[in-house]
Write a protein of this length. Structure first.
Lengths: 226, 327, 710
């Protein structure tokens, strides 16, 4: 993970001056005033030109898809309808040059509602069940496995264990990814901001109170290290 | 999901050319892929619009802003000019989906998304809008979340877009590109309520795409109030966007008010606008404007409660716009 | 000497982070869903698209000809009846999941529709109507009401909810040989899952069939996962046919349709109290559904016992999947009826709801009488923590403006206690300890519990123990349900370790010039109680075993245990809400949960169970409801969007207080904390808005409709 770049911009945690914040929504991860015109897209907005093959059209049969996952190049052979989540969970070892088994991200709702499949793509959390693998080419994809490469857990992961922010653990990788992204984009995030960051993740066991506690503690640790 | 051919469009022309019969446009995917998994939509070609050069930009245009249809909700919320200049839009966008959805979903996708109606969005039901049924199953079925306006129409779904009421209230325009070139139209005219074609919510023809939203000069006061059941993430029970042009003595010169989540398309309520014209905004006048709007409501068997919610949303949006607080 | 827990406990009752936590947070824990075996095929099930009908066509041939399909089978045949939307009809396995989905759609199937029952009300009206089951106890109901000076009437209810296990039901079936099946199953009962496969019709004839269920991790069960289930046996059949491993995990909609649900309960209630505020009479006319052939789990009257009561219940069938046990079966529903009734009766009599409950706690003649002092303590603690004295007002917040605040409470009980369980403890001459127990960890922390108990008994540290659970190859320990795992497993492991330790003591005693009964194991040493300086290190003591490791087996059925476990807990919860009476939206400000579970084994994880119960309870109270289309009876929200589940911003502050009663032994905490949240929240909402909102979940529609009727 060390090799992977941090998100290009580290947005200020403060809301721009004069911005009215009337709703429940607290300003978080807001881009600084410098980001005037160029929107940094989430999953998808294009950086350079379009691959002529993709422009021409691929599929419906399986095609080679090259993905950059946790800083490594992997290849999968999948149909265009296969999601990024399914490609990494189920198809990776079939076509990969480097056999890795990325089943840490879970498929729970498969409809972009629960967050168990959360990955960080180009510095933003996405529901990987709702991204096509073919659209994820050329993007920097981070999965939960990437957080602890080399065996050392990320502070967020350590605090999840210490605070018992997990029970059955099936939602946990998704929560961890949302939390990591939250703290990367909004260092020093408040508990209210973290709560909002985690609203896209559902837990059935009821770990939310302690997951929140874990992320608050991890945030304090990460900030202290800077 | 049915297997399909995937194309990445490099330009508007490319996209338009690729969007032939059987093709659909893919933006953030947060709505489309679900419908494809449910087999509600079974395209043979999926055209990725996010690769179209320039669609992800927010650019100054005259006194206002030209926003690419591919700009994500998150990016818009991080743009201080948009947030400051158009509070009604920002307040609507804040309640769209979850952090992950806001990172993925685009403004263009929000305008064009299909209804979240329980019947339409799940496989297994014969549905007029989906095109596999002769009547609307929600009408005398489970209509707790269905429309309260426009219910004389054959389909009683509610429109998915939370941004559109704000854009309509703000008088925004859209740029639409097609094989015959590009055109601009007010957002309000983009949406159509068709008795004959319940599948349709907007004027887009085969091969046409929304490329930009054009916001005029930030002016007046605006706000959106969104009523939710679940605070963490939900479809609005009802929402209202209001934009007020204030004259002398704190009197409303003109108001533009539009409701969301209450009709098959965003529902502009001119009766409420007229009720406010020339008045000072107070809890009483705001409530009277909401009364005027709700006079047109025709709830279904199970959703009379939504009239109350929409009334509240409208009243609070007007108060928020005028006074910065509804309380 | 009977076995008992040590007086001075070093490990039990401390806060031990879960031992498999690191694997889970790193995404390295392999759940059933994550098992990608070499040659794996993906199984899918064809499910009925009508909720009630007769199969008139079923042809698998077109599917068998589809790309990638390696095996197909029918589950039902032409002429069979389907009884719910999503009923299983046929299944197949293919090389990829996408191919399996395509092939399922190629199966030719047609149904002759039969009229479906889509709601409890429709079920009540069918011809003939379901017969009532009546229980009457104590005074005749008229005599009981004759004693009442205050009465109240109300309608209370709880909708059907589904379990929504995040890891769906299902398994990966791998035939190692013709008579050797290994399954990786998402189950809360590895032993019973094995048995259900061994006893599965088509497999019964296989001579010497060996079945092993491996479940080191599983993603939630809540009462719905006690066997291989139909999808499990189907996967095993497909795998046998294809001679390749098959993964068949349900998709989310299937999980809603056929993964499990909790019965509804709706009750028209009349209750009476005498002038002293004693509950004297209760008359309930209720109905509810447990699916197409089962009813409610009736637990009324719950806790409070009037002088006379009559319960008339009708079990109603609808065309939906049958119920499964859900966290404290029957109790949350009964509590929602009973504790709302208590609130309404207190309101009618002008009594403070907490005082009214205190006055009506079980007395002599009520089997729960022994728990009353616990409830008394809990109600007082909870009232203090929520700020009852300052915050409680009579029904209807007098504050101006549309945001109304209210407080509510409810109490609960549950049995728990030790379930049947066995464990083995093996101690090797090098001092290593392995404890095996055929239990499983649902997220409750059993993986961590086993070494806690072993370390305590053997006087070692947790890291010194190899705990092995999650396999049917280990000594049978029963399913994890009814809050009985903690008790059963603790006893079995404890007794196994005590027996093993006796053998170590027997070897060590001569070396220490003492009797085995004089020895103690603590702090990594075996020493003479009366002369602690006379000691051996654990390793030295174990070395005395010679070449052979020893193994002892513990069974919770061993008679010689004393005070190690019990059953029966009391709990109380208080909820503080704000309700927007113009939008119907409820905001939870705070929940206080006071819970009792006897001897706390792992304080950290025990608290998590209580947090979890409250969170789940809030989600159920505010959001969750299975919606069936009134015409077709097909489920309208088989997803995680319209089947609404609480997220972080919906929860408010949650405060957990654990009561410690070590002298009672282990009881279990899984189910009880989910029971009272719904009733407490409904009471808080009612206290805020001034009218009873009696049916859960409390949606904007229900709040505004209730206010409109005011």
């Amino acid at each position: 993970m060390k090799k992977e770049k941090q998100p290009a911009r580290r947005p200020s945690a403060k809301a721009p001056k004069g911005v009215s914040r009337r709703g429940f929504f607290q300003a978080m991860g807001l881009a600084g005033a410098a980001a005037t015109t160029l929107a940094q897209g989430g999953c998808g907005s294009s950086g350079g030109g379009v691959d002529p093959a993709l422009q021409q059209g691929v599929g419906p049969d399986a095609i080679d898809v090259a993905l950059k996952v946790n800083g490594r190049d992997v290849k999968v052979k999948v149909e265009p309808r296969v999601t990024l989540l399914d490609a990494l969970r189920d198809h990776l070892k079939l076509g990969s040059t480097e056999p890795v088994d990325l089943t840490g991200s879970k498929r729970v709702c498969d409809r972009g509602s629960c967050g168990a499949c959360t990955m960080i793509v180009d510095g933003r959390t996405v529901y990987s069940c709702t991204v096509l693998a073919v659209e994820a080419q050329g993007r920097q994809i981070r999965t939960v496995e990437g957080l602890s490469e080399g065996g050392k857990l990320h502070p967020v992961q350590e605090e999840f264990v210490a605070c018992d922010g997990l029970m059955c653990g099936f939602c946990t990788p998704g929560f961890v990814m949302s939390a990591v992204s939250c703290l990367e984009r909004t260092p020093g995030a408040t508990a209210d901001q973290i709560r909002k960051c985690l609203d896209g993740n559902i837990c059935r066991c009821g770990t939310q109170p302690r997951a929140l506690e874990a992320v608050v503690k991890a945030g304090a640790r990460m900030k202290g290290r800077r | 999901m049915k297997a399909f051919t995937y194309k990445s469009a490099a330009s508007e022309a490319d996209a338009v050319a690729a969007l032939g019969p059987g093709a659909v446009a893919l933006a953030g995917g947060t709505s489309l892929l679900n419908l494809m998994k449910e087999r509600v939509i079974e395209p043979s070609v999926v055209v990725n619009l996010k690769s179209v050069a320039g669609l992800d930009k927010i650019e100054a245009a005259g006194d206002g802003w030209k926003i690419g249809a591919g700009v994500t909700i998150a990016a818009l919320l991080e743009n201080p000019q948009v947030v400051k200049g158009y509070p009604a839009l920002a307040e609507a966008l804040e309640t769209v989906g979850t952090p992950q959805i806001r990172n993925m979903a685009t403004l263009g996708g929000n305008l064009c998304a299909k209804t979240p109606c329980l019947y339409f969005s799940h496989d297994g039901f014969a549905c007029l809008k989906r095109g596999n049924g002769n009547s609307c199953p929600a009408k005398d079925g489970d209509n707790e979340f269905s429309a309260i306006f426009g219910t004389v129409m054959p389909c009683v779904s509610v429109h998915a877009s939370s941004a559109s009421p704000a854009l309509i209230a703000l008088g925004a325009r859209l740029r639409v590109a097609g094989s015959g070139g590009a055109r601009e139209l007010p957002v309000e005219e983009f949406f159509v309520l068709s008795k004959d074609d319940p599948a349709r919510e907007n004027v887009l023809k085969q091969g046409e795409i929304v490329t930009h939203v054009i916001l005029g000069k930030p002016a007046g006061k605006s706000a959106t109030y969104v009523a939710l059941h679940k605070a963490s993430h939900d479809w609005p029970t009802a929402l209202a966007s209001a934009a007020l042009d204030m004259g002398e003595g704190d009197l409303v010169r003109t108001a533009r008010i539009c409701l969301g989540g209450v009709a098959p398309i965003p529902w502009r309520v001119q009766a409420a606008e007229a009720a406010l014209a020339g008045k000072k905004v107070t809890p009483e006048t705001a409530s009277a404007a909401a009364d005027a709007a709700m006079a047109g409501a025709a709830p279904l068997s199970q959703n009379a409660y939504k009239v109350k919610v929409a009334h509240t949303a409208l009243k609070r949006a007007v108060l928020l716009a005028a006074r910065g607080s509804w309380k | 000497m009977p076995y008992k827990w040590p007086e001075k406990r070093q490990v039990i009752g401390t806060k031990v982070p879960r031992l498999d936590g690191a694997l889970k947070v790193a995404g390295k824990a392999k759940y059933s869903y994550d098992r990608n075996l070499p040659g794996l095929l993906h199984g899918k099930i064809l499910r009925s698209t009508v909720a009630h009908g007769k199969i008139v066509t079923l042809d698998l041939a077109p599917a068998e000809a589809m790309p990638g399909v390696k095996a197909a089978m029918s589950i039902k045949k032409v002429g069979d009846i389907v009884r719910f939307g999503g009923d299983e009809v046929a299944a197949l396995a293919a090389e990829t999941e996408e191919q399996a989905r395509d092939a399922i759609r190629a199966i030719k199937v047609a149904y002759e529709s039969l009229p479906p029952l889509a709601s409890e009300e429709a079920g009540l009206e069918r011809n003939p109507p379901p017969p009532p089951q009546t229980t009457e106890k104590g005074l005749k109901i008229e005599e009981a009401f004759a004693k009442a000076t205050v009465t109240s009437e109300g309608f209370y209810g709880v909708a059907v909810i589904t379990h929504v296990c995040l890891e769906t039901h299902g398994l990966v079936a791998d035939w190692k040989a013709d008579d050797d099946l290994v399954v990786y199953c998402s189950t809360q009962a590895v032993g019973n899952t094995r048995n259900s496969l061994k006893n599965h019709g088509p497999f019964k004839a296989i001579a010497n069939l060996k079945v092993t269920c491996e479940t080191p991790f599983m993603g939630g069960g809540f009462g719905s996962k006690f066997s291989a289930d139909l999808q499990g046996t189907v996967a095993a059949e497909l795998a046998r046919k294809a001679k390749r491993p098959v993964k068949l995990m349900l998709e989310r909609d299937e999980e809603h349709w056929a993964g499990g649900n909790r019965p509804s309960l709706f009750a028209k209630v009349k209750a009476g109290a005498d002038k002293d505020g004693k509950l004297v009479a209760l008359d309930v006319e209720s109905y509810g559904t447990g699916g197409n052939s089962t009813g409610v789990d009736m637990r009324l009257p719950y806790i409070y016992l009037p002088e006379g009561h009559r319960i008339r219940n009708r079990d109603v069938n609808v065309n939906a999947f049958n119920k499964r046990a859900f966290r404290a079966p029957g109790s949350p529903q009964a509590c929602a009826v009973m504790d709302q009734m208590m609130d309404d009766l207190a309101h009618a009599g002008g009594w403070d709801p907490v005082e009214f409950r205190l006055k009506n706690l079980p007395g002599q003649g009520n089997p729960l009488v022994n728990l009353s002092p616990i409830w008394e303590k809990e109600l007082k603690m909870g009232a203090e923590a929520i700020g009852w004295k300052q915050g409680y007002h009579k029904r209807g917040d007098p504050a101006a403006g549309p945001i109304k605040r209210g407080l509510g409470c409810a109490i609960n009980t549950w049995g728990g206690g030790p379930g049947g369980a066995q464990a083995s403890c093996t101690i090797a001459p090098d001092g290593s300890v392995e404890v095996r127990c055929g239990t499983q960890d649902l997220g409750t922390g059993t993986t961590t519990l086993v070494p806690i108990v072993a370390a305590e008994i053997l006087g070692l540290e947790i890291k010194d123990i190899q705990g092995k659970i999650g396999s049917s190859a280990y000594p049978d320990a029963g399913g994890s349900g009814g809050s009985t795992s903690c008790g059963g497993v603790s006893l079995a492991v404890g007794v196994a370790c005590m027996k093993a330790l006796e053998q170590i003591f027997a070897k060590a005693a001569p070396a220490l010039d003492a009797q085995p009964g004089d020895l103690e194991a603590e702090g990594g040493k075996v020493y003479v109680k009366a002369a602690p300086a006379k000691s051996l290190s654990w390793k030295q003591a174990c070395a005395l075993l010679g070449a052979q490791a020893i193994t002892a087996v513990g069974d919770k059925a061993d008679k010689e245990i004393q005070g190690m476990a019990a059953s029966g807990v009391g709990g109380a919860q208080f909820v503080d809400v704000s309700v927007d009476v113009e939008t119907g939206q409820v905001r939870v400000n705070k929940v206080v949960a006071v819970a009792d579970c006897g001897l706390v084994m792992n304080r950290l994880l025990c608290e998590s169970q209580v947090y979890g119960g409250v969170v789940q309870g809030l989600s159920l109270a505010l959001f969750e409801e299975r919606r069936l289309d009134p015409r077709s009876a097909l489920m309208l929200n088989p997803d995680m969007e319209w089947y609404k589940l609480a997220g972080h911003s919906d929860l408010g502050e949650i405060e957990v207080h654990l009561l410690d009663y070590p002298e009672r032994g282990v009881i279990g905490i899984g189910e009880p904390p989910v029971i009272p949240t719904q009733a407490a929240l409904a009471n808080a909402v009612t206290n805020a808005v001034g009218v009873r909102v009696g049916v859960l979940p409390i949606t904007p529609k229900r709040v505004l409709d209730a206010l409109a009727k005011k």
